[in-house]
Design a protein around this ligand. Structure first.
Ligand SMILES: [Zn+2]
Length: 99
């Protein structure tokens, strides 16, 4: 079973079908781009898939975390002002579905 996330509306779907030739990477609800998510997706994976932050921003935040920052990844990104509170809330609710 694989997990797919629509970056348009945040819809999470589960399917055993593999994306392949002829498989439309489009959301049936909104026409948004569909991303296949890794198992046990972390918040950073979701934020990047949704297009809220860049992968570089997540790597930067992870680096700060490794240097001893006690905030959670999402909070560090908020403090870096690359992420908005409403976007973090949305990503957290998506994460509950993906897990
Ligand atoms: Zn959608």
């Amino acid at each position: 079973m694989k997990t797919f996330l629509c970056s348009g509306c945040g819809n999470v779907t589960f399917s055993s079908a593999s994306p392949g030739m002829g498989w439309e990477h489009r959301c049936e609800a909104c026409g948004g781009q569909i991303h296949e998510m890794p198992l046990a997706s972390r918040i950073g994976d979701i934020l990047v898939a949704m297009g809220y932050v860049r992968k570089d921003d997540v790597l930067h935040a992870l680096l700060l975390q490794n240097q001893g920052r006690v905030e959670r990844l999402g909070e560090i990104l908020l403090n870096l002002r690359v992420l908005q509170q409403s976007q973090l809330q949305k990503a957290l609710s998506i994460q509950k579905e993906v897990l």
